[in-house]
Design a protein around this ligand. Structure first.
Ligand code: ADP
Ligand code: AMP
Length: 215
């Protein structure tokens, strides 16, 4: 099962991808996570991406397409994968199509989570992530049992440096200009499904299971 999760920043793509991985084992491939890891490790790619990420702009297509090209060839993608945060524009979607063709793969479903902007700001500003295992939390909606500590592994929770109101505004405008149109791009494939991402996390997940279970 090969899935693409679409939706604005904060829509719940990472949250749902982790749930799907837990249940089905398909790896979550998040270009944002890969870029943050590269930055943490001080690689050339990470340093190149930093200024774009800090400003809420898209990292150049050749960088993220290169990431996906490498990642899709890895053995754990054989039985399925979940793309989270890629593609982000039509050029990336077209490049993905070519990569998949070359690998003899195809996308089974494109799941697009829609959430109102006011809710997205709240979600993003309250988002926290475990430094150790990557588990996601929200300070009000899904808080950890102990403040700042991951329930799963005891790791320290941190806030992303681009999860501030100013950068969020830029990320929303980039989404509207470049990413929102991917809904129209994929809607002709018969594999596009739009979901109400405003619903409770469990409810969104149930809807995803209905979609992928029907395949
Ligand atoms: P994305 O990967 O699309 O940027 P995340 O999955 O990281 O978004 O979710 C953003 C924040 O919103 C996180 O703090 C997460 O816990 C919270 N969240 C995700 N889905 C929901 C939901 N359905 N209802 C309330 N909060 C949610
Ligand atoms: P995310 O973790 O998906 O919210 O992404 C965080 C940041 O990483 C974005 O604001 C971009 O700067 C960069 N990024 C992640 N994925 C992509 C992509 N597919 N194309 C370009 N930039 C990306």
């Amino acid at each position: 099962m090969n899935l693409i999760l679409l939706g604005p920043p904060g829509a719940g793509k990472g949250t749902q991808a982790k749930r799907i991985t837990e249940t089905h084992g398909f790896p979550q491939i998040s270009t944002g996570d890969i870029l943050r890891e590269a930055l943490k490790n001080g690689t050339e790619m990470g340093l190149k991406a930093k200024s774009f990420m800090d400003q809420g702009k898209l990292v150049p297509d050749e960088v993220v397409i290169g990431i996906i090209d490498d990642r899709l060839r890895q053995g754990d993608c054989k039985s399925g994968l979940i793309l989270d945060g890629f593609p982000r524009n039509v050029a990336q979607a077209e490049a993905l199509g070519k990569l998949l063709d070359r690998l003899g793969k195809q996308i089974d479903f494109v799941i697009d989570l829609s959430v109102e902007e006011g809710e997205l700001v709240q979600r993003i500003c309250g988002r926290r992530t475990c430094k150790k295992c990557g588990m996601g939390y929200h300070i009000s909606f899904t808080p950890p049992v102990a403040d700042g500590i991951c329930d799963k592994c005891g790791g320290e929770l941190s806030q992303r440096s681009d999860d501030n109101e100013e950068t969020v505004k830029k990320r929303f405008s980039v989404y509207k200009e470049q990413s929102e149109q991917l809904g129209a791009f994929y809607s002709t494939t018969g594999r596009y499904r739009k979901l109400n991402g405003m619903a409770d996390i469990n409810e969104v997940y149930r809807s995803i299971e209905e979609i992928i279970g029907a395949a």
